[in-house]
Design a protein around this ligand. Structure first.
Ligand SMILES: *Cc1c(COP(=O)(O)O)cnc(C)c1O
Length: 423
């Protein structure tokens, strides 16, 4: 392969999405590889926040029903705008809550233990907060998580084998929750196949899209997925603590939410102030309280960018970026003890590159002080996410060169090996 900077520059020149970089605030001299943890601010997102503040200033209470984006309908509007990223109908999606609160809502709605079908299936590599939510949902129903939460084992500690998941879909399982993309290794699971297999066994299945939303196209409606949850602050650049989202397949709409609240009401009925809940006939039914308007606002601007760029183009560039990064790593860092964790096949890979190294904590600290922002996951994983909308091929080239220098001169050795950090 061509490892020159000129070649990286050439790739940038040929990139049809290159102009989107100018939409973002990118710090001069910094190579931001952490957009899968917190996406960068775009000018459009910033403007949307400022407009919302202005509406508040000018309209006061009337902002709920007037202005460019009446707050009363904002979650529904943003849901409809998110639909192309999920591959679903507009009424199947709502922007609300966080991954963890939305999981609680989904599980309290869809986890209905019956007869001998009482267990929840997840996997042993899943993000802790998802596991905590599953544990508490089991316990709320009177089951011990120790024997009712079944976790599919990983053969290599990094990835899952679909056949192992399918084999665990036994007749005592009521609901399955899986990640679309595993947060450490970046493995992309075959959601379509897993959904079909779950349904063959009469099991409901949901996905956590934290590491695929905004990076990978989905077809949740056609795949017949029962429910999904995600956050919007990673690849979707909606800001720290930006409001998340959820999808419920239309065949379930009309079901009573496990956790009812007035914002789940039919819009026309909400202000009747009845003590009988009239559930919205859309994913909006799963909202609970008043929407966090100021934390929704950035998504208005951000989703415009996704609409302009197109998620298929974003995925294509993301794969080019990660392919390029993986090739550079295999040529330039071959001698330095890194193990690649993400699968190589494009259909099994998400948006980030994942490397394992016993000195990952110190290497991340060294990278950060040299202008690269990586992402460290204890105890020994380093994630690098070149983001299609704002990372250039030259950024990837520079990142690998800086990393090579750190390894070659053992620069990481001057850093504290304490792993208790978020790099
Ligand atoms: C980022 C992330 C979360 C975070 O959940 P919040 O409730 O939004 O804080 C949960 N699960 C996964 C897999 C994640 O990657």
């Amino acid at each position: 392969m061509d490892t020159t900077k000129d070649y990286a520059q050439q790739l940038d020149n040929q990139d049809p999405l290159r102009s989107f970089r100018d939409e973002f605030y990118i710090k001069e001299g910094q190579y931001y590889m952490d957009g899968n943890s917190l996406g960068l601010l775009s000018k459009k997102a910033e403007a949307a926040v400022m407009n919302t503040i202005e509406d508040w200033k000018q309209l006061g209470i009337d902002g709920w029903t007037s202005g460019d984006h009446p707050w009363f309908y904002l979650s529904e509007k943003l849901g409809a705008q998110s639909a192309p990223l999920i591959g679903c109908k507009e009424h199947e999606v709502i922007v609300t809550g966080s991954i963890t609160t939305n999981l609680h809502q989904m599980l309290s709605t869809f986890y209905k233990p019956e007869g001998t079908r009482t267990k929840i299936l997840a996997d042993e590599l899943t993000f802790p907060s998802d596991i905590y939510a599953l544990q508490s949902q089991l316990e709320l129903k009177g089951y011990a998580a120790s024997d009712h939460l079944v976790k599919v084992k990983s053969r290599d500690g990094l990835t899952l084998v679909e056949e192992d998941i399918i084999a665990a879909m036994t007749e005592d399982i009521a609901v399955i929750l899986l990640p679309s993309v595993l947060y450490r290794s970046g493995q992309l699971l075959d959601m379509k196949r897993l959904t079909a297999e779950a349904h063959k066994q009469g099991i409901l299945i949901g996905f956590d899209l934290a590491h695929s939303i905004g990076a990978i196209p989905h077809e949740l409606h056609d795949w017949d997925v029962d429910f999904a949850v995600w956050c919007n602050y990673k690849y979707l650049n909606s800001g720290p603590g930006g409001v998340g989202g959820l999808f419920v397949h239309e065949r379930h709409l009309g079901i009573q939410p496990g956790l009812m609240g007035w914002f789940g009401s039919q819009k026309e009925k909400q202000f009747d102030m009845e003590h009988t809940f009239t559930s919205a006939n859309s994913a909006g039914a799963f909202q609970i309280g008043t929407p966090h308007i100021l934390s929704l606002a950035p998504l208005l601007g951000s989703l415009e960018i996704f609409e302009e760029a197109g998620i298929k183009n974003i995925r294509e560039k993301s794969l080019q970026l990660t392919n390029y990064m993986l090739e550079l790593i295999s040529v330039e860092l071959n001698d330095y003890g890194f193990t690649r964790c993400n699968p190589l096949e494009e259909e099994r890979r998400g948006g980030h590159v994942s490397l394992q190294h016993e000195e990952a904590a110190r290497i991340c600290k060294a990278l950060k002080s040299d202008g690269v922002v990586p992402d460290f996951r204890s105890p020994n994983i380093m994630r690098l996410a070149p983001v299609a909308l704002y990372t250039s091929f030259v950024d990837v080239w520079e990142t690998v060169q800086i990393l090579k220098q750190i390894m070659k001169d053992e620069l990481y050795k001057q850093y504290d090996p304490n792993r208790n950090i978020v790099a």
